[in-house]
Design a protein around this ligand. Structure first.
Ligand code: ASP
Ligand code: MG
Length: 420
């Protein structure tokens, strides 16, 4: 039998009615001839509640017990889903992580997969069971303790099962009906994509389109798992949603596929630093140690003999990071300066910036994307503060008050509202 993986997120299993609705979708796939592996999240809000209970009990908690508590939400939905399916006449069995077993590292609350042996679930399918309902987000460590994968981890569980079981596809049921060219709350012209490549999805996922956990897309790309994102609230069929797939499966793609945004960014400039070998390492080493996720980095060309007080050349260094890490970044820089590891005249912090990016695999073979982007922004008098590019992405940092406008005009500039 071909195997299909179906994942239901928290809102899709939020109460018994929704579990029944999801079970109907599973039943339909069984009737189409699939053996189905269903991955479930906790009911929406449940994991947050469990995390709060842990925090309210213990400030500096034991991560093993955190995992013991927060993994429980998925156990409840897995059992209920199996029961619901049985009520509908479908032979289903639930599986907790340790029963499969889903072997992970022992990095509690941020565990990684080691292996997912097929034997136990395959044996159940061979007995005639049609559905294995697996608790998402959890696994078991080499020490035999329950682990969790990090928030949003059920997406990654689903992809890992699809890879381990050579599933035909991995369907991710959620509360949106697919991946859009941009955030539909920012422009009503946002259009649902039929297909998007893994690489583009990865850029969009990490740039703030919060539909899929980034790790799940990385895993899907590595194992070429065809991933479909679709709504559990709509009537769905074979063609619903958005297929995230290898670029070879996408015949015709536009130069730009989507516009992403990340609202709460900050820009930090170290003004007048020495231009010498090792200076970047001296700056970004302490930032990394402080756990600052540096994103864009710009180093100016050297201003030779700018100032006699600085023997040799000087330059400036600018980087961006999430707003809520600014305090940490500032402290790391001030300490490095106090310890004599770096010198700078001034630390300039701008916490009112956002990042807007255009993404598309077509950029690899088309020139002029950057020019078109910058022209569109300049027509609206939006000042670009920092620019960064990769093979399939161009990002700019701009004043936060222009973020929505920038997304709208770029969506227009690349004609993303039309399919062709
Ligand atoms: N329930 C977990 C969370 O909220 C995992 C998931 O739903 O993907 O993070
Ligand atoms: Mg999710």
């Amino acid at each position: 039998m071909p195997i299909l993986v179906m994942k239901f997120g928290g809102t899709s299993v939020a109460d018994l009615g929704r579990i029944a609705n999801a079970a109907e979708k599973v039943k339909r796939e069984v009737e189409r001839g699939y053996d189905v592996i269903v991955i479930v999240s906790a009911m929406s809000g449940k994991t947050n509640e469990l995390v709060k209970w842990v925090n309210d009990t213990s400030g500096f908690y034991d991560a093993r017990e955190y995992d013991a508590v927060v993994s429980s939400g998925e156990n409840v939905t897995a059992g209920l889903m199996a029961l619901r399916l049985q009520e509908m006449g479908i032979s289903a069995r639930s599986w907790q992580g340790w029963q499969v077993p889903i072997n992970t590292t022992s990095a509690h609350s941020a565990a990684r997969f080691e292996s997912i042996p097929r034997d136990n679930i395959d044996a159940k399918f061979a007995e005639g069971f049609k559905v294995a309902v697996v608790a998402g987000f959890q696994g078991v460590s080499p020490e035999g303790r329950i682990t969790t994968l990090g928030r949003g981890g059920s997406d990654t569980t689903a992809v890992a099962f699809a890879a381990a079981f050579d599933a035909e596809r991995c369907d991710i049921y959620t509360d949106v009906d697919g991946i859009y060219t941009t955030d539909p709350r920012i422009t009503s012209k946002a259009r649902k994509l039929d297909k998007i490549s893994f690489e583009e999805m990865l850029e969009l996922a990490s740039l703030g389109a919060k539909v899929l956990q980034t790790r799940s897309v990385e895993l899907a790309m590595r194992y070429k798992v065809r991933l479909r994102v679709l709504s559990s609230f709509d009537e769905t069929d074979e063609t619903s949603g958005t297929l995230v797939c290898d670029e070879e499966e996408i015949m015709e793609s536009k130069v730009v596929s989507g516009v992403a945004h990340s609202r709460d960014e900050a820009k930090i400039t170290l003004f007048t630093i020495e231009d010498r070998p090792g200076i970047a390492a001296a700056i970004f080493g302490p930032l990394a140690d402080a756990g600052v996720n540096v994103d864009m980095i710009v180093q100016n060309i050297s201003e030779k003999d700018y100032d006699a007080a600085h023997a040799g050349a000087v330059t400036d260094m600018t980087f961006s990071c999430p707003v809520d890490q600014v305090a940490r970044a500032k402290k790391a820089m001030e300490e490095a300066r106090a310890e004599g590891k770096i010198k700078y005249d001034e630390l300039i912090i701008d916490t009112d910036v956002s990042k807007v990016s255009v993404v598309g695999i077509g950029m690899r073979s088309h020139a002029g994307v950057a020019a078109r982007m910058f022209k569109a922004l300049s027509a609206e008098n939006i000042n670009i503060k920092v620019i960064a590019t990769s093979e399939i992405k161009i990002s700019v940092l701009i004043d936060r008050r222009y973020m929505e406008l920038a997304v709208q005009i770029l969506h227009d500039a690349f004609a993303l509202d039309s399919a062709a």
